[in-house]
Ligand binder design. Structure first.
Ligand SMILES: [Zn+2]
Length: 296
């Protein structure tokens, strides 16, 4: 597989509100990790009357630092890209402190019963449901919501035309490809969402984690290619006689610690479901236990 040219040299100043572009500021929560990179980057849009995009994990010190940085500015909107625990939980705390309304596509999907616990925010409830194509307007800013399911079925990106920019949540990152875990995550939806973004013209993307992406179209093409390469790898392994999730995991993720097995197998399941939707593989009834996945 051809590697993606990742950029990971981002060392944020935790707890500090930093100017990113005119009318866009960012403050990074001190929650670095394998899925959050340097931490959750909360964006502040506007001046005086502002919107907060992705308030982050339930970390009171992050919310306090944000409010301190904003001084006497007023938060009019709390906007959430999706219901993962590193993005949405602090919206409740921020609302308690500011009274601002919470805007999002919806609560976390109920069909996501098989999710790895700990990663999803099941308590999240928006005050305002935002559909694909809807505009959210503040005092001196305007955001267009773009529904981009795949990483999470309720994932939204937000385009800010005046800044030629797009807040892309976890859809794209400069340092890693996002995890896609069934049943809520779907590779075919993810690729469709990337293809929708590929038709747009914004020239800079602000992911919630890590550095901005200043050549988003190239990144989108590289991410699609990376997914399809990984899917080919899975199909080739099936062609070579492997058929269970654990066999595929041993073959493709050979040196990961056992604590990551469940996540790796869910990730493989996402590729298998994609191949199944394409009519390329069949599965039996208990695919996680027996010899069930096979090429058609
Ligand atoms: Zn996420």
């Amino acid at each position: 597989m051809e590697p993606i040219a990742f950029q990971s040299d981002f060392s944020p100043r935790y707890g500090e509100l930093v100017d990113v572009a005119p009318n866009i500021r960012r403050i990074v929560a001190n929650n670095p990790g394998p899925f959050t990179g340097p931490g959750t980057g909360t964006y502040i849009v506007g001046a005086g009357e502002v919107a907060v995009i992705d308030p982050g994990p339930m970390m009171p010190e992050h919310v306090d630092a944000m409010l301190k940085g904003l001084g006497d500015e007023h938060i009019s909107h709390i906007i959430v890209t999706h219901t993962h625990t590193d993005h949405s939980p602090a919206s409740r705390l921020l609302q308690q402190k500011t009274g601002a309304g919470i805007f999002a596509f919806g609560p976390h999907s109920e069909k996501d019963a098989g999710a790895l616990e700990g990663g999803v925010d099941r308590e999240f409830q928006p005050d305002f449901i935002v559909a694909d194509g809807e505009m959210i307007e503040g005092q001196d800013w305007l955001l267009e919501a773009i529904h981009t399911p795949g990483h999470c079925s309720n994932h939204l990106c937000f385009a800010m035309k005046s800044a030629d920019s797009l807040f892309c949540g976890d859809q794209l990152m400069a340092w890693a490809t996002p995890v896609i875990l069934p049943p809520d995550g779907s590779i075919s939806e993810y690729i469709d969402s990337l293809e929708r973004l590929a038709k747009r013209s914004e020239s800079i993307y602000y992911p919630t984690h890590g550095l901005p992406i200043d050549q988003p179209q190239e990144t989108i093409i590289a991410f699609i290619r990376h997914r399809l390469d990984r899917i080919d790898q899975v199909a080739n392994a099936l062609g070579g006689g492997l058929s269970t999730l654990s066999e595929l995991r041993e073959h493709i993720y050979h040196d990961i610690p056992s604590s990551l097995y469940a996540g790796a197998e869910l990730s493989l399941l996402a590729s298998l479901e994609y191949l199944e939707q394409q009519g390329k593989v069949d599965r039996g009834e208990a695919a996680s236990e027996g010899r069930f996945w096979r090429l058609r």
